[in-house]
Design a protein around this ligand. Structure first.
Ligand code: GLY
Length: 129
């Protein structure tokens, strides 16, 4: 695996997470394949297909207050035109009472090179145990 590919994938993945944190639908949509699949807690055990399910949350607007998103201990594995990015996602924000809180999730995100561009094609997010 080239360091350049790993660096680019980490950069794109961070952009994706920032777009979620800021409610930036245009960026999220541009990074995702329209046929993306996902397992995430919001899906209640069902495989989510396509972007409409995710759009619901963007349409609610960005969350109030400061929010910092960090990929902890990220690993990138490139296998030809497919790459897997794994890490623990840490989200720092403020509770309703104004105290700092950190949420944490195990994430696996799959990217595919398509016409010279990495596209996000699948992810799995679980709350840390
Ligand atoms: N729920 C959107 C995402 O984590 O990509």
């Amino acid at each position: 695996m080239s360091d350049a590919a790993a660096d680019e994938l980490l950069e794109l993945n961070q952009q994706l997470l920032e777009s979620i944190a800021t409610g930036d639908w245009d960026t999220y949509q541009a990074l995702c394949d329209p046929s993306i699949t996902a397992f995430e807690p919001e899906g209640r055990g069902h495989l989510i297909q396509g972007l409409e399910f995710h759009r619901f949350y963007f349409d609610l607007g960005p969350s109030e207050g400061p929010r910092t998103t960090t990929m902890a201990s990220p690993k990138v594995r490139v296998m030809g035109d497919v790459a897997v990015v794994t890490y623990v996602r840490l989200v720092q924000s403020l509770s309703e009472s104004g105290s700092p809180v950190t949420s944490h999730y195990e994430e696996t995100r799959v990217w595919q090179m398509h016409e010279g561009k990495w596209q996000h094609v699948h992810f799995h997010r679980s709350p840390c145990g």
